[in-house]
Design a protein around this ligand. Structure first.
Ligand code: ATP
Length: 235
């Protein structure tokens, strides 16, 4: 059994169905990417997994560590060891770095220590008393990842962590993803528009198009298959 198993997932909004039978799996200690053009349904998939109020799940099954995700509410799902870092970071703007981390830790069942997080992210340690609204996009992204990591998850869902970031910060985010996987045994499901980032950090890739998984490929296959990248990812 896989750590995360999504089978035949159908989901959408009041305006219409977006996902049409999505199948995907993430194994323990694995980094997997979910790729696709704008509007393919990547964020919808992530939100459906964590039980966000929108979108509505219409059919299919989702299990994490063998537990039925569809039977649980959003706040219960984080307690299972699954954590979403949403697109756009969404840190609490008026809270400092340390306060953002403490708040996340206080809501977790078995958190790591905030000091351990600040040790792992020296950039954040330097600005621990700064409100997150006064941080750069890259620094906020690190805080968003640290806030997720402090809850001690087995799987992190990362939604477009590199969106809008300068190349040197993108490299730093890549190394953070590699570290949390290698050193902390955390699995990652990564949504990215930046295919190079996905190929740098993930071993397997699902390609989503118009709400359906069209194929699953290894990094080597994705690198070699220019036609596939052109058709579904536009690169
Ligand atoms: P992007 O890379 O642009 O974020 P995506 O692959 O993550 O794209 P989704 O955000 O999942 O795509 O959107 C899939 C479809 O669902 C799109 O047609 C989008 O307009 C629609 N959609 C997304 N959020 C909502 C919402 N809250 N209400 C209605 N429709 C929505």
């Amino acid at each position: 059994m896989s750590l995360l198993e999504i089978s035949d997932l159908e989901a959408g909004y009041e305006t219409g169905q977006v996902l049409f039978g999505v199948d995907l799996a993430v194994e323990e200690n694995e980094v997997v990417s979910l790729l696709g053009r704008n509007g393919a349904g990547k964020t919808t998939t992530m939100h459906a997994i964590v039980g966000a109020d929108v979108p509505r799940v219409l059919g299919g099954s989702m299990t994490f560590d063998g537990q039925d995700l569809r039977a649980r509410r959003n706040y219960e799902i984080s307690g299972l060891g699954l954590s979403l870092v949403p697109e756009g970071r969404r840190c609490f703007r008026d809270l400092t770095v340390e306060e953002n981390l403490r708040l996340a830790a206080n809501h977790a069942t078995d958190p790591l220590s905030v000091e351990e997080m600040l040790d792992q992210f020296p950039e954040l340690e330097e600005m621990r008393d700064r409100p997150s609204k006064n941080m750069s996009g890259g620094e906020q992204q690190m805080l968003a990842i640290a806030r997720s990591l402090v809850t001690n998850p087995e799987l992190i869902l990362l939604d477009e962590p590199c969106e809008g970031l300068a190349p040197y910060i993108v490299r730093r985010i890549e190394s953070i993803i590699e570290d949390i996987n290698a050193e902390r045994d955390v699995s990652v499901l990564l949504v990215e528009q930046n295919v190079a980032v996905a190929m740098a950090v993930a071993e397997r890739h699902y390609i989503l198009d118009e709400g359906e998984i069209v194929t699953e490929v290894s990094t080597a296959e994705l690198r070699e298959d220019e036609a596939l990248r052109q058709e579904y990812l536009g690169v």
